[in-house]
Design a protein around this ligand. Sequence first.
Ligand SMILES: NC(=O)c1ccc[n+]([C@@H]2O[C@H](COP(=O)([O-])OP(=O)(O)OC[C@H]3O[C@@H](n4cnc5c(N)ncnc54)[C@H](O)[C@@H]3O)[C@@H](O)[C@H]2O)c1
Length: 330
Amino acid sequence: MYSSAFHSGSIADKSFLITGGAGFIGSNIAEYLLKYGAGRIVVLDNLSTGFEENIKPWLGQADFSFIKGDICDLRTCLNSCERIDYVFHQAALGSVPRSIKDPLATNRVNVEGFLNVLIASRDKGVKRVVYASSSSVYGDNADLPKAEDTIGNALSPYAVSKRTNELYANVFSKNYSIELIGLRYFNIFGPRQNPKGEYAAAIPLFMDALLKNKSPFINGDGQQSRDFTFVENAVQANIKSMFCSDPKALAQVYNIALGEKTSVNELFSILKNCSGSTSEATYRESRIGDVRDSLADISKARRLIGYEPQVKIKEGLDITLNWFRNHFRP
Ligand SMILES: NC(=O)c1ccc[n+]([C@@H]2O[C@H](COP(=O)([O-])OP(=O)(O)OC[C@H]3O[C@@H](n4cnc5c(N)ncnc54)[C@H](O)[C@@H]3O)[C@@H](O)[C@H]2O)c1
């Protein structure tokens, strides 16, 4: 992965903080930065949904340090931002159902924690923060494809928390000298995504089940569609957002997706073919808070940050399936 660079020039003299860097997307950003010789990388993560395993190969390297800590603690955020140029903010409690079950926890981490990261970045002179938002902010707006300036009413506390991030980022951009860019991820998948637990996403759950020849669950009739996006494309968006020099690109939010929609039934059938499994899916009730269809308009990210997704769904699924085969956890 990451066979070509998404930035130009050297990053050897630059320092980066990745909050949530022991998680799925954060550890992929770390892998990219290490591959291209970043000067210093700090990961801040409390391992609540991430794993030390994800960053294990780099622990002990001079250019890499891990702070096991909570973004809900401002002092921890201030310490983590010491001598940092750029922050990739990925730490959050993901999952719509989790947020419906425990909105306070989601709010504490995703809103208060976010605010701590912004305050620490501001006070420690960080140049730019690129943060993870979500396609969930489109809520009940059924228009397709989804364009950044037309959102609907939020359908979950998780969506409220991500929208609140965008509002705070906008206010910080206006009031303080800190640069901010938000990325609305659409169903990201790839190596290191967690297949375990009640809040796991569909693709790792399907892969885990198929590799064990078990029957995975599909919520609803499986005709719901998503803009499934390989993680390398999300990493590209993060790197390009961090280094783009067009002032018009700042203080904005961008859809980060492939720009193609695939139904859950189609996804399952591709995965079944690739894995060689004979398992069939079991259908069950749809989940509350889930939208029916999702498809991103990615023209704004193309235009302003130069984002161009390179890995299509089938190729991404093959890479991911291979990774799961080699990291099989019984
Ligand atoms: N994966 C997706 O499809 C997707 C879609 C939309 C948005 N997002 C957002 O992208 C970001 C990364 O998601 P991911 O899929 O890599 O999830 P993940 O759960 O693998 O990563 C999140 C990381 O944040 C850490 N974390 C959680 N609470 C923390 C806290 N209080 N202090 C410090 N660290 C904490 C976790 O331990 C984990 O390592 C999140 O903000 C998520 O909401 C992801």
